[in-house]
Design a protein around this ligand. Structure first.
Ligand SMILES: Nc1ncnc2c1ncn2[C@@H]1O[C@H](COP(=O)(O)OP(=O)(O)O)[C@@H](O)[C@H]1O
Ligand SMILES: [Mg+2]
Length: 79
């Protein structure tokens, strides 16, 4: 059985999706953020929950020059 590569300590979304890691696709969270009517979103979750990577994902999504695209297999590539 092939060994899986997990993203221990990775903080950057591009590194997460382009580094050949196993990762959980949380991109639907972008829609939740866009549809939220709130001025502030408070995320009270413990360490290592993925808060920083989620913020990094939003940063790449909303900053075109930092865009990351995924192919149909979910593999990431710089735009
Ligand atoms: N979507 C994800 N898929 C797989 N592993 C993840 C994912 N998000 C976070 N992790 C793992 O959790 C670790 C902690 O994520 P991080 O965003 O730094 O958490 P927090 O900011 O909440 O402490 C990452 O280094 C990575 O190993
Ligand atoms: Mg953090």
């Amino acid at each position: 059985m092939a060994a899986h590569k997990f993203p221990d300590g990775v903080k950057d979304y591009r590194a997460l999706v382009t580094g050949g890691y196993r990762f959980v696709d949380k991109t639907m969270m972008i829609r939740d953020v866009c549809e939220a009517d709130d001025m502030v979103i408070l995320c009270t979750r413990p360490r290592w929950f993925g808060k920083s990577i989620n913020l990094s994902m939003l940063d790449y999504y909303f900053n075109r020059e930092r865009a990351v695209t995924l192919d149909s297999q979910g593999h990431g590539a710089a735009a």
